[in-house]
Every structure is written in structure tokens, then in C-alpha cells.
Design a protein around this ligand. Structure first.
Ligand code: MG
Length: 462
């Protein structure tokens, strides 16, 4: 239903009986005619801005779950009362995936049904506050599914990609980095060379140190410990990664952007020492040197070196990024947009970071849907302070379900130019790969969750 104003309501009040008063109705009629015409013009402009259709109302909200690449993906579909007008949003929290559906269906859906789908910010704010306690990963992802679906709807309604609604492109495509993980130094270097040959200019290098991530073939940091399982040796990891970066710089040359993810696994003092030690290799950035709980130590890293720091993929709460950005304690903000509540809050994080000279490097792992990746690319295109984008390739099953995935060419990620997020979801194809399809054994046992990491004496550290 179109918005209606309240112009002219006061002109319907009875006028006085004096001669002047007798003249008033005629004058009032003229004024009413003028205001009525203005009102009609405003309504026509309003309709025109919506490309001829009235404001859509939310008619239905559905949750679509699928696992085409051993990662549990959750998408929210919002359908409006306008024929064929709907949108999709990423709500993927793969480690606790089963909790998103009830958060959407039992809480957000009854709260949002019949609300105007074109009031995205108002819906975000009211839904965000509706739980009273907020900023957790489950509620934020559920809200992200709604928020991004509403942006998709607005883009489809306008027949424009979301990046156009948000101001248009600052650049043609997003520079991204590939990720290589070898069991040995030579294997890592060889994989990096293959990435360079594919056109990437920036490569994140790891050597056998990140259990559960891409299935490390031989994890040198993992040794039997007192707990009977594998353990992580922090000092061994630091020494070996220093050596890896030294070799990569020697073998790959100075032009390559080298990145490394520390994965929040060492002590604060070790993190400070490591970032200081690798300063000489002039890295593109070091990722996640500290867990969010130890953020106060970023000041020490800053005071000891100029190694660029990327941080934030585990953040859910504005208090986690505000101080690091405003204090200029990091170089790249690396939030996972759906974990922050969607595209709407992520745009604000980018703008906040811009004010303090901090660039963006949105989290782009396999554990977000292609819609989430399109949200990342959209943010990359519209933000003057874009830094770099993490890239994860899509397998054939994923592309069978999500038509229009962003494409990488010569190390750049290109957005789909279709309206909204540019992605059409084949729901029949999604249903072919339900949760539990094709997981590795450990993640299957943990229902999509991560394992544990312990020190040699059995202390759990992650
Ligand atoms: Mg990371």
C-alpha cells in the first residue's frame, strides 16, 4: 500500500460566518485543490520511484538449508505480496546451523509478517531490539538473512544491483587473494606459484598448522599430548611460520602480496613477538594474531612494528570493532557481515573504518553462501576504503544451486550485474543436498562444528 500523507486535513475544519469567513471556503477550496495536486504528484513520484508498484508487504519468510560443499549453508527467503517479488539473504552459521531456522521461524517471522519490505533500516533496528539481549551469532545471522533479503527485494524492484542502490562502484572489481596450505615449505611454495600463474597477486600462505581448515595433510604442529589426542605447539608454530614467510619471500619475490592467518592460537606475548619478527618480510597483512578477548594487546603490536594487522572475523558486537578502528590499532577490518547482522550494519562498519584510515577485508571463507559472497563483493565495490577480499571458489554443486555466483578473473572478483544480489536460487537443487551431505567425519560427528585444540599438557586453547 502506498504511503499517504496528511496534507490538508486542517482545511476540513468549519470556518467562521463573517464576510471574510464566507470568503474562506472558496479560498480554502482553491488551496485544497493546490495541495491535493501536490499530494497526487508526491504519490505519483513515490510510485514512480518504486517502478510503478506500491510498497510491498512481507507475506512469507522461509528458511532454506543446503550443504553442497561439506559446509552447512542457510539462506532466508522473504516473499512479498507483489507477484514474483522476493529476495534471498545469507544467514549461514555453519557451526551451529540448526539454530538459525527456529530463530527465523519462531521469532523474526511473526514479528515481521505484513510489515513494509521497503523499510529496511527500520526493520533492522526494530528486529534487532526485539530480543532485548542481542549481538549473538545466532540472532545476528537470522537478522542478516532478513536484512539481505530485503536489499535483494529492493534491488529486484528497482531492476538494479544493490551496489547501485548504495551509491555505485568505486572500482571495477575486487582485488582478492588465494589461499594455499602445504604440508611442507616446498609444497606451499609450489601451490603459491600455481596461484600466481592463475593471475592472483596476493596469496595467503600456511604450512600444515591449521587443523580442520582445508584438511591439512600433515600437521607438523600436532603431536600426541597428555590428553591422548593431537596438540598444538605454539612456539614451534611461530618458528616454522617465520621460516615459511622467509622462504616465500625469497622464492616468490618482492612483488607478491603475502598474507598469513595466525588463527588466534598463540599467547598475547607470542603474537606481539611474531608480528615484530616478521616485519622484515613486508607482508600484506597478518590475520587474527589475537583472539577477540585479548584485543587490548593490539596496542603493543602497534607500538612494536609496522606489520599490517587484519582482525575481526569472530566479531559480533560493535564494542569489539569500535575501539580497534577508532584507536587506529588495526589496518584491515575483517568482519563476517552476516555475523554482524547483515549488509546494513556492515556498510556502517565500512564507513566507520573509512573515517579512521582502516581498510576492509571482509571474511570470505567457504562457510557463507554465494549470496554472502555477493554481499562482500558489493561492499568491496561501494567502499572507498576497500582493502582486499578473501576468495573461496565455488564447486559445481554450489553453482548448480546458486545461479550467478561472483566470478574470479586474473585475481579480481567480479560481481554479477543482475538486479539485487544477482543470484537466483534453484530451490529444487538445494533440496538435493540436505544438511549432513558430504561432510568430513569429524565435522559430521560435531554436526558442522569445529574440533578442539589443546596444548601438550591437555589445556584447551581453541
Ligand atoms: Mg582467520
Amino acid at each position: 500500500m502506498a504511503d499517504t500523507g496528511h496534507w490538508g486535513d486542517d482545511l476540513r475544519k468549519p470556518s467562521g460566518m463573517s464576510r471574510r469567513g464566507l470568503l474562506r471556503p472558496a479560498a480554502a477550496l482553491g488551496l485544497m485543490g493546490l495541495l491535493g495536486a501536490r499530494k497526487q504528484n508526491a504519490q505519483e513520484a513515490n510510485l514512480a520511484s518504486r517502478r510503478g508498484v506500491p510498497s510491498p508487504r512481507i507475506r512469507d519468510i522461509e528458511v532454506i538449508e543446503t550443504e553442497p560443499a561439506s559446509v552447512r549453508l542457510t539462506v532466508v527467503k522473504v516473499t512479498t505480496d507483489q507477484d514474483g517479488l522476493y529476495g534471498y539473504g545469507c544467514a549461514t552459521f555453519t557451526q551451529r546451523a540448526d539454530l538459525i531456522r527456529p530463530a527465523v521461524e519462531k521469532y523474526l517471522k511473526p514479528f515481521l509478517l505484513n510489515k513494509p519490505a521497503d523499510r529496511i533500516e527500520d526493520i533492522w533496528q526494530s528486529a534487532y531490539d526485539s530480543s532485548y539481549w542481542k549481538n549473538g551469532p545466532v540472532l545476528n545471522n537470522a537478522l542478516s538473512g532478513i536484512d539481505q533479503a530485503l536489499w535483494d527485494i529492493k534491488g529486484r524492484q528497482a531492476a538494479l544491483p544493490v551496489y547501485q542502490l548504495a551509491g555505485g562502484k568505486c572500482r571495477e572489481a575486487a582485488e582478492c587473494y588465494s589461499k594455499v596450505l602445504g604440508a611442507t615449505y616446498p609444497e606451499t611454495v609450489e601451490l603459491a606459484r600455481q596461484s600466481l600463474a592463475q593471475g592472483f597477486r596476493n596469496i595467503r600462505v600456511q604450512v600444515g598448522d591449521v587443523r580442520s581448515m582445508a584438511g591439512s595433510p600433515a600437521d607438523n604442529d600436532m603431536k600426541p599430548g597428555l590428553n591422548g589426542g593431537l596438540t598444538f605447539d605454539r612456539k614451534s608454530y611461530c618458528r616454522r611460520t617465520f621460516k615459511l614467510l622467509e622462504i616465500c619471500r625469497q622464492e616468490l619475490g618482492d612483488e607478491v602480496g603475502l598474507l598469513h592467518d595466525m588463527g588466534e592460537k598463540v599467547s598475547p606475548n607470542e603474537a606481539v613477538q611474531f608480528c615484530k619478527d616478521v616485519d622484515r618480510f613486508k607482508l600484506f597483512f597478518i590475520e587474527d594474531p589475537l583472539p577477540p578477548e585479548d584485543s587490548a594487546y593490539f596496542r603493543q603490536i602497534r607500538d612494536n612494528c609496522t606489520t599490517p594487522i587484519a582482525m575481526g572475523e569472530l566479531f559480533n558486537n560493535p564494542h569489539q570493532w569500535q575501539e580497534l578502528i577508532a584507536g587506529r590499532l588495526i589496518d584491515y577490518i575483517r568482519v563476517h557481515p552476516s555475523q554482524a547482522g547483515g549488509f546494513s550494519p556492515a556498510r556502517k562498519i565500512a564507513t566507520l573504518a573509512e573515517q579512521f584510515g582502516v581498510k576492509t577485508a571482509w571474511h570470505g571463507p567457504p562457510d557463507l553462501s554465494p549470496i554472502g559472497h555477493m554481499v562482500n563483493v558489493t561492499l568491496d565495490l561501494i567502499s572507498p576504503n576497500f582493502g582486499i577480499q578473501e576468495y573461496s571458489p565455488f564447486n559445481e554443486r554450489t553453482q548448480e544451486i546458486f545461479k550467478g555466483c561472483p566470478v574470479v578473473k586474473d585475481g579480481y572478483l567480479w560481481a554479477n550485474e543482475a538486479p539485487g544480489w544477482g543470484i537466483e536460487l534453484d530451490e529444487n537443487a538445494a533440496a538435493k543436498y540436505p544438511f549432513g551431505t558430504g561432510e568430513t567425519s569429524e565435522r559430521k560427528r560435531l554436526n558442522g562444528g569445529w574440533g578442539e585444540l589443546r596444548l601438550r599438557d591437555g589445556t584447551a586453547i581453541k
